[in-house]
Write a protein that binds this ligand. Structure first.
Ligand code: G3P
Ligand code: MG
Length: 249
């Protein structure tokens, strides 16, 4: 995993949002494989819990939008979820893609690529326990940043496992972004602000405060360049290939 020293050289991490979600069906192995081929440093993905307690990689709480099936993930077993096609809705050439389990993504992604796991729902606190167990079993605690809009869930994670890295998701230009992190009362690894709602000065203050800053979702070259110029630590984008080119040029 690229070390935080990359922050000092102002080369932001390329963080593939839901994989290369602009060019492949989001949160599928195809999208993650494409992001890796395009040279991403990190992959962001979203998780939910299945009926049989597996961590499922999917953005929505139902599979309606991103598969040919329907229903809530929590009400289906892995065997049931795996029946559905998760690629054809995006393009015929991706027909046959299946909803991945988080452990399958861990098997695919090399250890030196950071994975940003976003907890979408806590399922009464059950998802935190399952996630920590998998992170320990797969030796991924150091290479994963767990983010969520649910800051209390992140604090619970950190209380249970102090080694876990947590990132705060939020959608507001806070008066004091560092204070948002300090409010948790446990060490926060990263801020994940909505890209349009953080100023250059706040980014500088946050990085000086020891925080990584990973804004989302930044998809145009102009917006990527602005984020680079503002000194962010990483950029969450649907087009990691475009960002790779921009950083190489
Ligand atoms: O983690 C950044 C971003 O993924 C948060 O929003 O809806 O794309 O999961 P969403
Ligand atoms: Mg997400």
């Amino acid at each position: 995993m690229k070390s935080p020293s990359s922050m000092n050289t102002r080369t932001p991490l390329i963080i593939a949002h839901r994989g290369s979600a602009g060019e492949a069906p989001e949160n599928t192995m195809a999208a993650f494989e494409l992001a890796l081929r395009q040279g991403c440093d990190a992959i962001e993905l979203d998780i939910h819990l299945s009926k049989d307690g597996e961590l499922i990689v999917c953005h929505d709480r139902t599979i309606d939008r991103t598969t040919d099936g329907s229903g809530a993930i929590r009400e289906m077993t892995v065997t049931e979820l795996k029946q559905f096609d998760a690629g054809r809705w995006f393009h015929e050439k991706y027909a046959g893609e299946r909803i991945p389990l988080l452990k399958e993504v861990f098997d695919l992604v090399p250890q030196d690529i950071m994975i940003n796991v976003e907890i979408k729902e806590t399922y009464e606190g059950q998802i935190e326990e399952r996630l920590l167990q998998l992170l320990r079993d797969s030796n991924r605690l150091a290479q994963v940043v767990v983010s969520s809009f649910d800051h209390k869930s992140l604090r619970r994670l950190k209380h249970i496992e102090p080694e876990v890295k947590i990132g705060l998701l939020y959608t507001m230009n806070a008066m004091d972004h560092n204070e948002l992190a300090d409010l948790l009362g446990v060490p926060v690894y990263a801020l994940h602000p909505y890209g349009k709602l953080i100023d250059q000065e706040d980014i500088l203050r946050a990085t000086n405060h020891g925080l990584q800053v990973y804004p989302w979702t930044i998809n145009t070259k102009d917006a990527m360049q602005q984020a680079i110029d503002k000194g962010v630590s990483g950029i969450i984008t649907d087009f990691p290939g475009v960002l790779k080119q921009l950083l190489s040029s």
